[in-house]
Design a protein around this ligand. Structure first.
Ligand SMILES: C[S@@+](CC[C@H](N)C(=O)[O-])C[C@H]1O[C@@H](n2cnc3c(N)ncnc32)[C@H](O)[C@@H]1O
Ligand code: SF4
Length: 377
């Protein structure tokens, strides 16, 4: 394992939203007055300064502005952050730079300026195009606003556009879920993230659960959605990720293939291989106000223990439909292949893993039982 050969990504967390959605357990906080944007950007710079020493001089391959709602920030702040990242680490000339945008804060002028600032991929949180479902999800926008947001991103010049859609929504029928996908596909975007709604602890939906479709209905929504996506040439490359032109999310791909990532901003996580080959996890202070006032942003870094490494690697790599090159296991964990060989051979004999000399991946059959496979590690 050579730390400087492991690809390095950067996640930037923007922790504010106009409203907290009842299903969301992300580190997002309601905006009471205006966003302390300038102070936050200064804090991000200091945060970068602290993490800079950990990365063995590697350049950044992908950047992801996630939230919360990064589209609430001005393009000039996003530009300043990108410039500072470039000055501090260097950014690869063909880096993918994604920004998450909420349809309630997406306008063409802003998109144009994001593009000028260096963002080259937009991810729009449509969730659904059905107004009644959007209302039940506590969203501030209508289906039309999500459609306008995609059109605005396209006419601003974005060529790489993702939409997030959720399925298995309260009282959603199979046809309604399919309709959401059809509207999304017809918008001419190249990437869809299609998530099943999960009820997370510490959310409003957890305290007051809505009536979700029953297990059979959920399975029918999933199967018919998968058929529809496949018919429209949207190829699944990860559990929830689909593309029709091969442009996968390079940032997420780096997570799933056990690359390194720095996480800056309130509550952001990182995973970094140090020059001495120890792999650590970083986590920043969660509350935005504390994050901005504390001189030290990093909670103590924690090493990832050898026993957890193989599990973590598998949890990520096997999510990918085509898996990963087999040598990534040793190159990115520092463990030896022998440590997992017997488990892999057992899974192969059950037809769940497709082992060859080059790749580590589940079989077509095994992909349907991903959770049971992961339990073995
Ligand atoms: C960081 S979040 C949100 C981005 C943006 N703030 C928005 O809401 O449009 C990224 C995505 O995760 C998905 N998501 C969030 N909570 C979820 C849940 N409980 N179940 C399934 N998907 C969820 C949503 O599709 C969401 O767009
Ligand atoms: S789903 Fe998006 S908009 Fe809603 S609270 Fe979470 S991060 Fe904010």
């Amino acid at each position: 394992m050579i730390a400087k050969d492991i690809p390095l990504s950067l996640y930037v967390h923007i922790p504010w939203c106009e409203k907290k959605c009842p299903y969301c357990d992300f580190n997002s906080h309601i905006l009471l007055k205006s966003i302390p944007e300038k102070d936050y950007v200064v804090s991000l710079f200091k945060d970068i300064d602290e993490d800079k020493n950990l990365t063995s001089g590697r350049k950044i391959k992908t950047i992801f502005f996630g939230g919360g709602t990064p589209s609430l920030f001005s393009a000039s702040s996003i530009e300043k952050i990108i410039e500072y990242v470039d000055k501090s680490f260097g950014i690869d000339s063909n880096a993918e730079i994604t920004l998450e945008s909420n349809p309630s804060s997406s306008e063409k002028e802003k998109f144009k300026n994001f593009l000028k600032a260096g963002v080259n991929r937009i991810s729009i949180g449509a969730q659904s195009f059905n107004d009644s479902h959007l209302e039940k999800l506590g969203r501030l926008h209508k289906g039309e606003d999500a459609i306008s947001a995609v059109k605005a991103a396209k006419s601003a010049g974005f060529k790489n556009i993702n939409i997030d859609l959720m399925h298995g929504l309260p009282q959603q029928s199979v046809n309604e879920a399919k309709n959401d996908l059809t509207i999304g596909i017809n918008l001419g975007i190249n990437h869809i993230s299609w998530y099943q709604l999960t009820i997370e602890p510490n959310t409003e939906f957890y305290s007051r659960p809505p009536a979700l479709p029953c297990t059979d209905e959920l399975a029918e929504i999933y199967d018919s959605g998968m058929t529809l996506l496949a018919k429209q040439d949207f190829k699944q490359y990860e559990v929830s990720a689909f593309t029709n032109n091969g442009k996968m999310s390079l940032h997420n791909l780096n997570y799933w293939s056990f690359g390194d990532y720095i996480g800056i901003g309130a509550g952001a996580h990182g995973k970094i291989t140090l020059p001495n080959n120890q792999i650590i996890r970083t986590k920043k202070i969660k509350m935005p106000e504390k994050y901005m006032t504390k001189p030290q942003f990093r909670n103590p870094s924690k090493p990832i223990f050898i026993s957890e490494l193989a599990t973590e690697f598998m949890m990520n790599a096997l999510r990918l439909k085509n898996g990963v090159p087999i040598d990534y296991f040793e190159k990115r964990t520092g463990c030896t292949y022998e440590e997992i060989e017997q488990k892999l051979l057992d899974l192969q004999s059950q037809g769940l893993i497709a082992l060859d000399k080059k790749r580590l991946q589940t079989s077509e059959f095994g992909y349907r039982f991903l959770n049971s496979i992961l339990e073995k590690f």
